[in-house]
Design a protein around this ligand. Structure first.
Ligand code: 5GP
Length: 195
């Protein structure tokens, strides 16, 4: 890594906090050279999701091979039901070496693991407002079973309590406004390296 390399940025927040919408708006409107890291997962694709675009959807065996070969910057089993999620090292390194700012949209534990390895990472926690609002958004999404919604709300409660470990907390009432707030944070970070 050199001074010319792009920054690494983590955006976390509970499921239903609107991370994907905010990140899409950020990528569309922020003038920095941002690229989104595509995570690998063993979770089955939702009907609207495209392999290689939303995630790299991998078999358990392929995921395990990557783990055993040390290919992940971080990886973990999310929601305790056997689905793995992880960030592959190689695209992150290649993106940064090309001068891009690589965005990781990952959970709080993955974020903690990256912070330990790379303390200079810029970390942003996206907050949905209240738990009631989060529940409303999860239900409106219409993609989860009742059991899955309950599990996501339990995880969200735990995640909200860990927002303090992030350098910045952004409230997502309106996705475009949250994206503008994040872009302003990143532009300020560019002016003071290692923030
Ligand atoms: P979903 O199944 O709704 O796409 O994502 C579930 C959770 O997994 C989200 O909180 C998301 O941030 C997290 N996640 C997605 N990709 C990764 C990853 O590469 N690493 C980690 N640790 N968490 C991830």
């Amino acid at each position: 890594m050199t001074d010319m390399d792009g920054h690494l940025v983590i955006i976390s927040g509970p499921s239903g906090a609107g991370k994907s919408t905010v990140v899409r708006s950020l990528l569309d409107h922020c003038p920095l050279p941002l690229v989104l890291s595509i995570s690998a997962t063993t979770r089955p694709a939702r009907t609207s999701e495209v392999d290689g675009l939303d995630y790299h959807f991998l078999s358990e065996q392929k995921f395990r091979e990557h783990r055993e070969q040390g290919h992940f910057l971080e990886c973990k089993e999310v929601f305790g039901r056997g689905y793995w999620y992880g960030t592959l090292k190689q695209p992150v390194t290649t993106g940064r070496e090309a001068g891009n700012w690589v965005i990781l949209e990952i959970d709080v534990e993955g974020a903690a693991s990256v912070m330990e390895q790379l303390p200079d990472v810029t970390t942003i926690f996206l907050h949905a407002g209240s738990m009631e609002e989060l529940e409303r958004r999860l239900r409106a999404r219409g993609t989860d079973t009742e059991e899955s919604i309950r599990r996501r709300l339990d995880v969200a409660r735990e995640e909200m309590s860990r927002g303090g470990q992030y350098k910045y907390i952004v409230e997502n009432i309106d996705a475009d406004k949250a994206a503008i707030d994040i872009c302003e944070i990143l532009v300020a970070t560019e002016k003071k390296p290692n923030a």
